[in-house]
Design a protein around this ligand. Structure first.
Ligand SMILES: *[C@@H]1O[C@H](CO)[C@@H](O)[C@H](O)[C@H]1NC(C)=O
Ligand SMILES: *[C@@H]1O[C@H](CO)[C@@H](O)[C@H](O)[C@H]1NC(C)=O
Ligand SMILES: *[C@@H]1O[C@H](CO)[C@@H](O)[C@H](O)[C@H]1NC(C)=O
Ligand SMILES: *[C@@H]1O[C@H](CO)[C@@H](O)[C@H](O)[C@H]1NC(C)=O
Ligand SMILES: *[C@@H]1O[C@H](CO)[C@@H](O)[C@H](O)[C@H]1NC(C)=O
Ligand SMILES: *[C@@H]1O[C@H](CO)[C@@H](O)[C@H](O)[C@H]1NC(C)=O
Ligand SMILES: *[C@@H]1O[C@H](CO)[C@@H](O)[C@H](O)[C@H]1NC(C)=O
Ligand SMILES: *[C@@H]1O[C@H](CO)[C@@H](O)[C@H](O)[C@H]1NC(C)=O
Ligand SMILES: *[C@@H]1O[C@H](CO)[C@@H](O)[C@H](O)[C@H]1NC(C)=O
Ligand SMILES: *[C@@H]1O[C@H](CO)[C@@H](O)[C@H](O)[C@H]1NC(C)=O
Length: 763
């Protein structure tokens, strides 16, 4: 019987309650002797704690049963990369093991870090179930505290926590979240603009969340995942409670900046990623040529046809994606693939070989990979050269950077630009090591990422859980990730407005997946049509992530495709991913009529500090009145918005504090509504608004308009593009559309200045 041991150290012991300093607006109050604490926002208690739990020697020790006796450390001050802090720590001892559970409160900061510090190596920690936790701190009760007052987003599941994501109301018996290894950050918000994000702050691959519905009241806890068998000495897991008074979108931005700064996520990798900047062609699930070349042709011939058709139709694809049909996989007893044997060409797919194909197309490649088979010939155990962990499940985990280095170096010869790691969930859940220790999962991703960086490649995550998504904060080469389930024609795979919030916060370009540009693509493998081509094209472009077509040869709509990009395929995107407005998320959580029934997504371009807003409304099932302050766009002047030229000719609608925007049920998925906002420029005696480039989803994009210059009697736009590209811009003068569109050539340099009044471009 392991007795309970008090740590034999002398600490100053406080009596009763310790009121801790208020960090901005989040506060933790605790009773040290009972290990009880509350988390408050603006002085109101949002969460009361559930018991602290800590496992060791196959037994659970809980503060609820008085089994975790310890001492409170003297609060002490310190300074770390986040600033000046004060700590409160319980040193809890079980036998000779000490775990220090404590929180750090930062001076004048709006967050608190709660940490679990395992001072000693601790064995026998596993619960036997990877989805439970071996330690819980913080842990909160789902009781009457704030019941019905808070909503939540619980990211969970694959595709950046989108497939299992739950949005709901915080109240006993109402909370539904998918936690465990699939779980992720939880965002709490009230009906005003107060937001609390609770998420891992470090050790993202080992940290987990668990919703315990077996206890009354139910509990939500954060800790280390339940399969971990042993914790090494001096291991620390940290969780952040982050507060913002500025609404959901802003809270993500603020939390994201903090995380990106802390982990040094370098935005230049995403910025420079060719496959994020240019139009691409995809062959993954949902695309026409997924697993099926043209009849009686090889995949190689099919690719030449794709390229030839694109050239003939002036569709400027700049790269191609090869999906899981191209490499050598093992087949398990049931015929299902059990993983990659060798990441090289399957016989007959490309008869000329990868390298020759690349030389012929000159298309850089995004190449898919699944998990590795335990029969992989790269593994030392199978006669190969590299260290792999082979798993009983039939899978394997590469376990040295040298493997990835060699693989990537060799693959660059056939054009590899982006390594696409798919089935990341399977890697985590099925391979024992990744869920039963605190190093394997992280090592796998860091090795892959370091090697990619050294070889000048970037990485796309697919079917990633939030734990992978957050680990990518530490991996600069990960620039893009799928944020929605696989595209299938005629499904709603454009609703990425909430998952994109998380991706952007982590510094990742959200990828919606491929889409078709025409409705009917005969003989497709899905026996489907795609009635919603436009919204897929619009959302792809406005997401700021990759834009990838998956059309049948001869079945593209070049006009639709060219709304996304310039003549050489450079995506004309806004300054940030389009996301759901706060009110839409509140509506999803609370119901009633706090927000719109349907999707209202917004984004903007910031050109020379002038904001050009974009509002997209779709699938609206009840008329809604959008207030200017709910758009998330900084519209500084009494605004007008211009209705898109897609279905309705341009009209101006007044949109200001006294005149909200009426969004009606005419905004459907097929005929969605787009509103564009422009600041008003004073040019001579005129008030000028810039609609921007006609027939583009982003009429004012930094990739087209690099500057705006106003002199006493004219306004100039600095434009860039392709040599001799023709561009067409539309303006409003004194609230009336200028009848004549300014159409001009960018000239031999591919850059020009457009004069609003003279209606010409000068190179
Ligand atoms: C936590 O909140 C409850 C309810 O208001 C209160 O009774 C208790 O004293 C608080 N505990 C601490 C440690 O502040
Ligand atoms: C546990 O860690 C503490 C702090 O490092 C140390 O003083 C103590 O000796 C360790 N106990 C054991 C059994 O290693
Ligand atoms: C990993 O394998 C060990 C040994 O077979 C087993 O005891 C443990 O439960 C497994 N862990 C998980 C999370 O499945
Ligand atoms: C593209 O045009 C060329 C020349 O007209 C023609 O030979 C070729 O078949 C076309 N390619 C496709 C895929 O339509
Ligand atoms: C292992 O590496 C050696 C030396 O680079 C090479 O000759 C050999 O082909 C490699 N083995 C396998 C199975 O790739
Ligand atoms: C490889 O996977 C199979 C199941 O597909 C399993 O039976 C075998 O034991 C595994 N091999 C190793 C070395 O783990
Ligand atoms: C569109 O709205 C209907 C309700 O009017 C809803 O059932 C459906 O799920 C919505 N689709 C999307 C993609 O939001
Ligand atoms: C394709 O869909 C149509 C209409 O939904 C259906 O009648 C037909 O049976 C389907 N064909 C196949 C091969 O599934
Ligand atoms: C909105 O834009 C104005 C003018 O550019 C700027 O001064 C202000 O700081 C912006 N507000 C926010 C919240 O970004
Ligand atoms: C809103 O616009 C209308 C119409 O232009 C105008 O009459 C009203 O004064 C404006 N309100 C505000 C608050 O700017």
């Amino acid at each position: 019987m392991p007795g309970v041991l008090l740590i034999a150290a002398v600490f100053v012991v406080f009596v009763n309650c310790c009121e801790c300093v208020t960090p901005g607006q989040v506060q933790v109050n605790h009773w040290f002797d009972d290990q009880i604490y509350n988390i408050s926002v603006n002085g109101a208690i949002w969460f009361k704690n559930a018991p602290l739990v800590f496992r060791k020697d196959w037994k659970e020790y809980s503060s609820a049963r008085g089994e975790l006796k310890g001492l409170l450390d003297t609060p002490h001050q310190g300074t770390d990369r986040l600033g000046d802090f004060e700590t409160a720590t319980w040193y809890l001892g079980v036998d000779d093991n000490v775990v220090a559970l404590g929180y750090k409160v930062y001076d004048k900061k709006n967050y608190v870090i709660l940490q679990q510090h395992f001072l000693n190596k601790t064995s026998g920690t596993s619960t036997g179930n990877k989805d439970l936790l071996i330690s819980t701190f913080p842990a909160v009760m789902i009781d009457d505290t704030m019941a019905g007052e808070l909503g939540y987003i619980a990211y969970s599941g694959t595709q950046y926590g989108s497939t299992g994501m739950e949005i709901g109301t915080w109240a006993p018996g109402k909370v539904n979240m998918n936690t465990g290894t699939a779980g992720g950050p939880t965002i709490f918000f009230d009906k005003k603009d107060n937001v609390v994000i609770i998420a891992p702050f470090s050790e993202f691959m080992s940290a987990s969340t668990y919703l315990d519905t077996t206890q009354q009241p139910n509990r939500l806890s954060w800790g280390i995942m339940g399969g971990v068998m042993e914790i090494p000495e001096d291991f620390m897991a940290q969780f952040m409670v982050f507060y913002s008074p500025n609404g959901i979108n802003k809270a993500f931005e603020e939390w994201g900046s903090l995380m990106k700064d802390f982990y040094g996520k370098d935005p230049s990798y995403r910025k420079a990623d060719m496959t994020i900047n240019y139009l691409g062609y995809y062959t993954d699930n949902g695309a026409y040529y997924y697993w099926r070349p043209e009849p009686h042709k090889t995949n190689e011939q099919t690719i030449y046809d794709i390229q030839s058709y694109a050239l003939n139709s002036s569709i400027p694809y700049k790269y191609i994606q090869y999906d899981e049909w191209w490499y050598i996989r093992a087949r398990g007893p049931t015929g299902l693939p059990t993983g990659t044997i060798k990441w090289s060409l399957r016989p007959k797919v490309f008869p000329s070989g990868m390298r020759k194909l690349y030389e012929n197309t000159e298309w850089p490649v995004v190449a898919h990979n699944m998990y590795w088979s335990n029969q992989t010939t790269y593994a030392k155990q199978n006669g190969g050269n590299y260290t792999f962990l082979l798993d009983e499940s039939g899978m394997a985990l590469p376990f040295e950077e040298g493997f990835w280095n060699d693989l990537f170096k060799e693959s660059k010869l056939w054009g590899l630009a982006v390594y696409e790691q798919d089935y990341m969930n399977v890697n985590t859940d099925a391979i024992n090591a990744t869920v039963s220790d605190v190093v394997s999962g992280k090592t796998w991703l860091m090795d892959m990422g370091n090697a990619a960086r050294k070889n000048g490649l970037t990485i796309q995550y697919c079917m990633s859980y939030p734990r992978h998504a957050m680990t990518a904060l530490e991996i600069p080469a990960v620039t893009q990730a799928r944020v929605y389930m696989d595209n299938r024609p005629n499904t709603d795979h454009w609703t990425i407005g909430v998952s994109s919030l998380f991706a952007e916060a982590m510094g990742i370009a959200p990828f919606k997946d491929n889409f078709w540009s025409t409705e009917v693509q005969t003989g497709n493998g899905y026996n489907q049509t795609e009635p919603h081509t436009s919204i897929h094209a619009a959302i792809s472009t406005l997401s700021t992530g990759p834009v990838g077509l998956g059309d049948k040869v001869g079945h593209s709509n070049p006009n639709l495709i060219m709304r996304s990009c310039n003549a050489e395929g450079l995506i004309l995107k806004p300054s940030k991913p389009i996301t759901a407005i706060d009110k839409q998320i509140q509506q999803m959580a609370f119901g009633g009529n706090i927000g719109p029934e349907g999707k209202i997504y917004t984004t903007y371009s910031n050109i020379d500090n002038h904001i050009f807003g974009i509002i997209l409304a779709a699938n609206i099932s009840m008329d809604y009145t959008l207030r200017i302050q709910d758009t998330g766009i900084n519209m500084t002047q009494a605004a007008m918005v211009m209705i898109s030229d897609l279905y309705i000719s341009d009209t101006l609608v007044t949109f200001n504090e006294s005149q909200p925007l009426k969004i009606t049920t005419s905004c459907t998925t097929k005929y969605f509504c787009l509103y564009y906002y422009s600041p008003v420029f004073t040019v001579g005696n005129d008030k000028v608004m810039i609609y921007g480039e006609v027939d583009k989803w982003t009429p004012m994009s930094n990739n087209r308009v690099t500057g705006i210059r106003v002199i006493s009697d004219d306004l100039f736009l600095q434009l860039v593009g392709v040599p001799n590209e023709i561009v067409s811009f539309r303006f409003f003068r004194n609230m009336i559309p200028v009848a004549e569109i300014v159409k001009c050539s960018l000239g031999p340099t591919g850059s020009a200045e457009m004069s609003f009044n003279k209606k010409i471009c000068t190179s």
